[in-house]
Each structure stands twice: as structure tokens, then as C-alpha cells.
Ligand binder design. Structure first.
Ligand SMILES: [Zn+2]
Ligand SMILES: [Zn+2]
Length: 243
């Protein structure tokens, strides 16, 4: 929902610490002169301005929930300037959701307004983008499937509550692991701090970054309680990863 959460006056929503300001979760990967984005949130435009993104070469989706896809329309300036279709990679069921939610992009009704120009690719295994291999990591987001992604020595896995053993095998030997940790209390669809710490203890990445954090977790205070190699991610966080 983002922090501050609309209508809320709790200490985190009212916090003066900029690290307590949280737009919806997404990731920008810049490598080989290319920009690949994982998820286009309702905050995509603002996030792209903040990151000074000057081009967009591909989009990868984790799943079709509104907080992860609704910024898709805002890619128009990139596809117009680059005069090419932006490749979009997602699981087949996520592509179905995108075709439905953004039917005006795909229904071929003549229009005088500009449309995001995309080409859809169904993920059915590891795929390569600009000389980097993305390994999909299936997990469970309540009853809904979700995909995390491993790229080199880093991985991004948001919106999950359970990671099957077969997927854990894909997440060993990481330098950086970015993962969902919504809050302390359990949630039927999201991993909480305790569950995410247990997953980190099992997978043993060098560093872990919690994301998809709600207003229950104050940035500084939560960090002070976490193990040294586990930190809350924050808006604008950047780091280098090996691939
Ligand atoms: Zn979700
Ligand atoms: Zn979400």
C-alpha cells in the first residue's frame, strides 16, 4: 500500500526519516548499457524519474497483482523514444492478467492516443536478456504462484509466503538476496520477519535485503534488531552485484 499508508497517522507513516518512506516494490537492473525493470508499480513513473532512468530495455513481472503491474502505461515515453517494442517477460497466468488489465493495449481498436509498445514473452524456464541469464524461482504467494528471479550472484523474491525445496536449491550461494518481509505478524500471502530470517538462515546469502515492508516496521529500530548481514531495503537503495 506504500508508506505513508493513506489515512494512517502511525509513527512510521508520520516518520521524518526518509527511509520510512516506501513506494511500491520494484527493481532496476543496469548492466551492459541496458536497463531491465522487475515489476512496474503504480509508482513506476516517480521511481524512474528518481533513478534518472534514460531508457528501458525489458520488463520482467513477478506476478499480476495491482501493486506490481499498474505502472505499465507509464513506459510510453521509453517505447516511443526508442521506437521499438519493449519485451515483457512473465509467467503465462501473469500475461493473462496483463492482457485483461491493459486490454486497450492489446485489443487493436484504432486509437489516436499513444499506447505502450510491448511484446509479450511467456516464461517457461531460464531466459537470457542482454547476456545475463535470469533463472525463474517459483514460490507460493498464498494460493497464487509467484516468480522470483536469480541473476548471477543476486536474486529478487518478493510476494511469497512459502518457498518449495526445489526453488531453494536455486537460491544457494548468493551474494545478495532481496526478499519479502512484510511485517512481524504472520500474513496468509506474505513472508514475515521471522519466516524471512529463517529462509535467510537456510540459504545463507552473504547479504539479505528485506523489501515489501509495511508500516509496521520502523526502519532504524527494525535494523537494530536484525542480524548484521540482514538489512531493510529502502527506496533508492543501490548496490553492485556480480554476474
Ligand atoms: Zn502480490
Ligand atoms: Zn505486492
Amino acid at each position: 500500500m506504500g508508506v505513508p499508508t493513506l489515512g494512517c497517522t502511525c509513527a512510521v507513516c508520520k516518520s521524518a526519516n526518509s527511509h520510512d518512506n516506501r513506494t511500491r516494490p520494484s527493481l532496476l537492473l543496469s548492466y551492459n548499457g541496458r536497463n531491465v525493470v522487475i515489476d512496474t508499480t503504480p509508482d513506476f513513473r516517480f521511481q524512474a524519474i528518481r533513478a534518472e532512468m534514460n531508457r528501458l530495455d525489458a520488463i520482467i513481472y513477478t506476478h499480476g497483482h495491482a501493486d506490481h503491474i499498474l505502472g505499465l502505461d507509464d513506459i510510453r515515453p521509453f517505447s516511443m523514444r526508442q521506437r521499438s517494442r519493449v519485451p515483457v517477460y512473465a509467467a503465462p497466468e501473469t500475461l493473462t492478467t496483463i492482457r485483461r488489465q491493459f486490454s486497450y493495449i492489446f485489443d487493436e481498436t484504432p486509437t489516436e492516443s499513444s499506447l505502450p509498445s510491448v511484446e509479450l514473452h511467456a516464461i517457461d524456464g531460464p531466459f537470457e536478456l542482454f547476456d545475463l541469464t535470469f533463472v525463474p524461482v517459483p514460490a507460493e504467494h498464498g494460493a497464487q504462484p509467484v516468480l522470483g528471479f536469480r541473476f548471477g550472484k543476486a536474486a529478487y523474491l518478493t510476494d511469497f509466503v512459502r518457498v518449495p525445496e526445489s526453488s531453494r536449491a536455486l537460491l544457494r550461494g548468493l551474494d545478495d538476496f532481496i526478499l519479502d518481509a512484510l511485517r512481524y505478524r504472520p500474513h496468509p500471502m506474505h513472508s514475515n520477519v521471522e519466516q524471512s530470517l529463517a529462509l535467510v538462515a537456510d540459504l545463507k546469502p552473504m547479504r539479505a535485503w528485506f523489501t515489501h515492508i509495511c508500516h509496521d516496521l520502523p526502519h532504524d529500530e527494525t535494523n537494530s534488531r536484525l542480524p548484521e548481514n540482514v538489512r531493510l531495503a529502502y527506496d533508492g537503495l543501490q548496490f553492485e552485484a556480480e554476474y
